[in-house]
Ligand binder design. Structure first.
Ligand code: AMP
Ligand code: MN
Ligand code: MN
Length: 328
């Protein structure tokens, strides 16, 4: 079914139809969200989970970890997510996985895989690849899947898709959020997604620990090259002192990116005896290239990787050396 929503699509639209055919033929479907799942990955998977549930199709939504972002607990079927692989599934669908590694485990080669993603780095590792780097979010691609197939978007699926688009566009503020995105958002709101309800659930249920942790992280701010490069850290002791979760300090990176002179910023967090790195840039520097040096990836302006050391200062120096090359 061709309509307004399809005009700017980069995906071969037959793939949406093929994906639905494969779903209809399958007996048990595994919906896979990526390692360190974010609202785009989970929202996209839960939108399809609600569709499958409404159509009585057996499935599970999987993540390799049981540590999920609890701010998404208001989405229908969030509580059904599992880190236990079912004994049997005859179709897998991955959401927002820029590389095969982001699934977090190896699928049996004989299991067909549908790959929904919007990372430029995507290696088209699926049997059906619904991949478009020009989309703001994977949730936009899942929206297109519904619309091309003339499928009903229930209130529950609409909320999940809204959350994915909202978060991956940094609240509708990134360049890839365009008029098509807003048309979709309008449709999702008409379908029952309530922006104020959702924003309150996402943003206004913080822990106190977050507000004990963020000042420590901001205090670590160091500027280089006349402030064009900024770095912050979060060390093990601060997590122990405050009881904060790794996710509780994510906002600190957005905050320092809001400093006028800062062009590129990175954040090194101690997590599970390793250093988790988040990189952001405002303009010309492709941070996914820097992340890929450390076996990570992401997008032009937002990327991440993990460095196998528990020494935050060591990881910071490794990162700084790579970032500084862009200002040599
Ligand atoms: P984060 O800094 O964790 O918010 O991640 C920013 C972006 O980079 C997201 O789009 C992630 O999908 C991507 N990303 C983060 N870590 C990795 C990784 N280890 N490998 C590939 N992509 C990543
Ligand atoms: Mn993601
Ligand atoms: Mn995404």
């Amino acid at each position: 079914m061709i309509n307004d929503f399809t005009l700017k699509n980069q995906v071969d639209t037959n793939k949406f139809l093929e994906a639905l055919e494969l779903i209809k033929k399958s007996r048990y479907i595994l919906l896979i969200t990526h390692v360190n799942p974010d609202p785009d990955s989970i929202g996209s998977a839960l939108a399809i989970s609600n569709l499958l549930f409404e159509n009585k199709i057996k499935h599970k939504v999987y993540n390799i970890s049981s540590d999920l972002p609890q701010s998404l607990d208001f989405l229908n079927r969030f509580e059904k997510m599992t880190n236990i692989l079912p004994d049997f599934f005859d179709l897998a669908i991955s959401f927002d996985c820029g590389t095969y590694k982001r699934l977090g485990f190896e699928l049996d080669k004989s299991t067909p895989l549908i790959n929904f993603d919007h990372h430029a780095s995507n290696e088209n590792f699926g049997d059906i690849n619904i991949v478009d780097p020009y989309k703001s979010s994977t949730a936009e691609l899942v929206f297109d899947f519904f619309k091309y197939n003339g499928l009903n978007i229930s209130k529950n699926s609409a909320e999940a898709l809204y959350v994915g688009i909202y978060d991956d566009t940094l609240a509708f503020s990134l360049p890839r959020c365009d008029q098509e995105t807003f048309k979709k958002i309008n449709f999702l709101v008409e379908s029952g997604a309530n922006p104020s309800y959702i924003t309150n659930k996402l943003l206004r249920r913080d822990s106190l620990a977050k507000y004990r942790m963020i000042p420590k992280v901001l205090d670590s701010l160091t500027l280089y090259n006349e402030g064009k490069i900024a770095s912050i850290i979060a060390i093990k002791e601060w997590f122990e002192q405050t009881g904060a979760h790794a996710r509780d300090c994510e906002d600190a990176l957005d905050m320092i990116m809001s400093i006028a002179v800062v062009e590129i910023a990175f954040f090194i967090r101690y997590i599970n005896d390793k250093c988790r790195v988040s990189l952001r840039s405002k303009g010309k520097i492709n941070v996914s290239k820097i992340a890929s040096i450390f076996d990570g990836g992401g997008h032009f302006n937002a990327a991440g990787c993990t460095i196998e050391t528990n020494d935050v200062e060591e990881a910071k120096n490794l990162l700084l050396k790579e970032v500084k090359k862009y200002y040599a």
